[in-house]
Design a protein around this ligand. Structure first.
Ligand code: SAH
Length: 255
């Protein structure tokens, strides 16, 4: 029996950490800024849009009120995800943003990659029985094999800490995680998604190489513009694919 249109509507929640990453997609989707009373005093911003059969909510961490910078990192990411998922009840959660890649994985600057297998922490180092594994986390990532093929995007394991730099300890833990995409939010959102049983997929564009001599901050600033433009372009392709494929396994990832 064919489903009617209303039944096939899917809800997608997309979370961003930085305004410059989020704005191009908001403009491309002609998304409307929407205020929700449940945001309270948090600086989170929301935008709503519709694409094909997708109802889309975009959440942005917003400006830190004291330091006037984007609220990047795991703490705002998990609080925002928790609010948004509780209220919006999405069928799929996407975390779009930038990351550090690795020359050793043959990443390219501006390349957009999909998360695969799990997201983990490399910055929560707790060398105690069972706490070690708890710290690393490993939260399931949605099945993105078809999406990867259709959009010709490579996959990688996303690994999170609250630092932009890459310490020797980070290196050890990231090798253990088999992480190849280093950033500051995804595992925190993955942790939240497990409790709501929401399939979760990080989508990251490479702004800098972690295994490269130049300072990360310097590389980041040089490559940011091209990376976020590519992120917007690929996000639109991904959303179109999702809108056209309501039966793709990604929607039914066991969480
Ligand atoms: N230099 C930037 C600071 C943001 S970098 C600025 O002046 O605005 C940190 C943000 O980009 C985080 O949201 C993180 O998820 C992502 N990121 C990009 N490259 C990263 C890397 N090499 N390590 C950690 N996070 C990275």
């Amino acid at each position: 029996m064919s489903q009617n249109k209303a039944e096939k509507t899917k809800r997608v929640y997309i979370q961003f950490a930085m305004g410059l990453e989020c704005n191009p997609l908001v403009a491309a989707l002609k998304a409307t800024k929407t205020d929700f009373h449940w945001v309270g005093a948090f600086p989170f911003e929301f935008y709503t849009s519709q694409l094909k059969n997708l109802e889309i909510l975009i959440g942005l961490a917003g400006m830190d009120p004291v330091h006037q910078v984007d609220s990047i990192g795991s703490v705002p990411a998990s609080v925002l995800a928790s609010f948004a998922i509780r209220e919006f009840r999405p069928d799929l959660v996407l975390n779009a943003g930038t990351c550090g890649g690795f020359l050793s994985s043959e990443h390219r600057i501006g390349e957009v990659l999909l998360g695969s297998q799990y997201v983990a922490f490399h910055g929560r180092r707790i060398d105690l029985p069972r706490m070690r594994e708890y710290g690393i986390g490993k939260y399931v990532v949605a099945s993105s094999a078809n999406l990867s093929k259709h959009c010709a995007l490579r996959q990688g394991i996303v690994s999170t800490s609250d630092a932009l730099d890459f310490s020797l300890e980070d290196k050890v833990y990231m090798a253990e995680n088999q992480g190849t995409l280093k950033e500051m939010e995804a595992a925190a959102i993955g942790w939240v998604c497990q409790f709501y049983k929401a399939p979760f997929l990080p989508i990251k564009t490479v702004t800098d190489f972690v295994d490269h001599g130049a300072a990360t901050a310097e590389q980041f600033m040089t490559n940011y513009a091209v990376s976020v433009e590519n992120l917007k372009t690929e996000m639109l392709k991904i959303l179109n694919y999702l809108g056209n494929n309501p039966n793709d396994p990604i929607w039914n990832t066991p969480v």
